[in-house]
Design a protein around this ligand. Structure first.
Ligand SMILES: Nc1ncnc2c1ncn2[C@@H]1O[C@H](COP(=O)(O)OP(=O)(O)O)[C@@H](O)[C@H]1O
Ligand SMILES: O=P(O)(O)OC[C@H]1O[C@](O)(COP(=O)(O)O)[C@@H](O)[C@@H]1O
Length: 312
């Protein structure tokens, strides 16, 4: 059986809501959609669980507010290998305006010390032996040093795991030096990484190809409602998702896409089917406040409307 793990070093409780229009400096009344145990890897694992793919979840969790996370790990039957650390896991506020614009307020949570980090590295290198796909997702908590993070990613790769990496800013820049097997930056994250402003999808493609040349086998660039590009040395596919008229929240769209890729890889779908499936589940994600899908057949109409083109 294919073994999958997701790693969330810096999880979050996502407080998600709707507002007509945010007025900065004013009192804004927000309609609450929910408070969800989240963070990128946890979201990926929940979506995979809905799709019938079991996974191990690890990373760090704050001792003081771990209850809702543990309840979800039990509900989704995730193999919980999280290290508990002193303090609270952060809260991230995500507010969607009527026009679909999302404002993120990502707070800080616990800090990780040297002893926490070393114990985590030793444990993951032991537990994840023999895993096929390991998704390392999201930002780093305070206290994790970039060089130590990179060294650990290299060790994961050397275990023989295919590392799927979805991060941003410095963590993305440094993590890439460990040559993960697949990365999924969004358009903006790739702009920050390459220090350029893209005017066209062709420019995105050029930047993605450079990453292939540096040794990253699969570069998946997500571009919000414009879709995505999957760039490898052997092929390039582009997907255009269906037009979603009822956008509730785009939070978790990228995580759903990563889960869609892992589901497709585990189930041996071909590249065209893989990108179609990942695009369908990520498009479906924006129609709800949280991530996930009640039944895989819910995705059929979305799959049918995704346009996938082989560009090269
Ligand atoms: N408004 C939208 N309509 C349809 N699909 C969307 C929309 N926003 C996102 N998606 C889907 O979700 C994927 C990931 O979204 P994106 O916003 O690029 O990622 P992230 O959440 O990581 O920023 C997109 O490539 C697309 O397939
Ligand atoms: O670790 P980061 O990069 O701060 O991101 C954390 C946030 O990303 C999310 O996982 C959503 O990510 P996506 O919208 O990219 O799918 C939220 O649940 C969480 O608050």
């Amino acid at each position: 059986m294919t073994k999958v793990a997701t790693i969330t070093l810096n999880p979050a409780l996502d407080l998600v809501g709707l507002v007509k229009e945010i007025e900065v400096g004013e009192v804004n009344s927000v309609e609450t959609l929910g408070l969800y145990p989240a963070g990128k890897g946890i979201n990926v694992a929940k979506v995979l669980a809905d799709l019938g793919v079991k996974s191990t979840v690890t990373g760090f969790l704050g001792q003081d507010n771990k209850g809702d996370f543990e309840a979800d790990f039990a509900k989704y039957q995730l193999d919980d290998q999280f290290a508990r650390v002193e303090g609270k896991t952060r809260v991230n506020i995500k507010v969607t305006q009527e026009d679909g614009e999302v404002t993120d307020l990502n707070f800080q949570g616990f800090a990780v010390d040297q002893a926490n980090w070393q114990a985590f590295v030793a444990k993951t290198l032991e537990v994840l032996k023999g895993y096929d796909y390991v998704a390392v997702c999201g930002s780093l908590p305070r206290g994790v040093e970039l060089e130590a993070f990179k060294a650990w990613l290299e060790q994961l790769r050397d275990l023989g795991c295919k590392v799927i990496f979805d991060s941003s800013n410095k963590a993305l820049e440094v993590g890439l030096q460990a040559n993960p097997w697949l990365i999924k930056p969004n358009w903006r994250e790739l702009e920050v990484l390459t220090q350029q402003k893209f005017e066209s999808i062709d420019q995105v493609l050029v930047a993605a190809r450079k990453l292939n040349e540096q040794g990253i086998a699969n570069v998946v660039v997500s571009m919000g409602s414009k879709g995505s590009l999957w760039v490898t040395k052997d092929f390039v596919y582009q997907a255009q998702p269906p037009k979603i008229t009822n956008v509730v929240s785009t939070v978790g769209a990228g995580d759903s896409m990563v889960a869609g890729f892992i589901y497709s890889l585990v189930n041996g779908l071909n590249p065209e089917e893989t990108l179609r499936f990942a695009s369908a589940i990520s498009a479906y994600a924006v129609t709800q406040g949280n991530v996930g899908v009640d039944h895989i057949s819910t995705l059929d109409p979305y799959k049918a409307q995704v346009k996938v083109t082989k560009v090269a």
